[in-house]
Design a protein around this ligand. Structure first.
Ligand SMILES: Cc1cc2nc3c(=O)[nH]c(=O)nc-3n(C[C@H](O)[C@H](O)[C@H](O)COP(=O)(O)O)c2cc1C
Length: 230
């Protein structure tokens, strides 16, 4: 048997790392439909189809660009009834509608490997709808940690450029970390805690090129992390 010299070892290791760094499109060419991974984005704005939803759609498109193996779905919480008090054991009023249970199968589906939470900034924090949703996720925390090891990313949209997007992102990240999720920030260049968008740009979020850069980087980072973990 040929002894492996240090030079051989270094050469092999470099080749292996180069292979690992191969772009994910190439890797996807050898995959089948059963290798699909889903990312679910949750828009926590009470206003359907507005700036948070638009930003998440752009984020998901960037994630899907990483590989054909990535599927994406946007879920809007707008119009859904999610009572956060239930998390604290307070029962629903008689006849009160509760939409949270209908979200559970979508979140816990094993094909779902990534979850991206998008929230508008409300007084430098997440929307009450976002908080109610995250608090209701205590069901997973208490039970089987069904969200454990899913990749998570966070996006915040504010009406002003520096309106508290970063602290909002961090606040959501804290909750997701409690679920044992693998929380990632927006990737390079300019890697930070997550995506930060300004809806007050002239022309709306789609004109906030700086913010959209963070949005696309977040989508890419979530997708790449999912593929690396697979
Ligand atoms: C109650 C409330 C509080 C807000 N507080 C902030 C804030 O602290 N910082 C900020 O940049 N924008 C703030 N905004 C503006 C929203 O974050 C902004 O309009 C956002 O784009 C709304 O998202 P949507 O279009 O998806 O509903 C606030 C809006 C509301 C209704």
């Amino acid at each position: 048997m040929k002894a492996i010299t240090r030079r051989d070892f270094v050469r092999t290791s470099v080749a292996a790392s180069a292979l690992a760094a191969t772009d994910f499109h190439a890797a996807s060419a050898e995959t089948t439909a059963s290798d699909q991974f889903r990312i679910v984005a949750i828009s926590c704005s009470p206003r359907p189809g507005k700036t948070t939803a638009t930003s998440l759609q752009i984020c998901l498109a960037a994630a899907q660009k990483v590989s054909e193996r990535i599927e994406a779905e946007l879920i809007e919480l707008a119009g859904l009834k999610i009572n956060g008090n239930v998390a604290a054991g307070i029962p629903l009023d008689p006849g009160e509608k509760d939409d949270f249970p209908s979200l559970v199968p979508k979140l816990t589906d094993p094909r779902v490997r990534g979850i991206i939470i998008g929230t508008p900034v409300y007084f430098s924090n997440m929307s009450s709808l976002c908080k109610a949703f995250l608090d209701r996720c205590i069901a997973f925390y208490r039970d089987d940690l069904a969200l454990s090891n899913k990749v998570a990313g966070v996006l915040a949209v504010g009406g002003t450029r520096n309106g508290g997007q970063e602290v909002t992102v961090q606040s959501v990240c804290a909750s997701l970390s409690c679920q044992e999720m693998i929380v990632v920030g927006n990737g390079r260049p300019g890697a930070r805690f997550g995506a930060t968008v300004w809806s007050g740009a002239e022309g709306g979020v789609t004109k906030d090129e700086i913010g959209l850069g963070t949005v696309r980087n977040l989508g890419r980072r979530v997708a790449e992390t999912i593929l690396r973990m697979a």
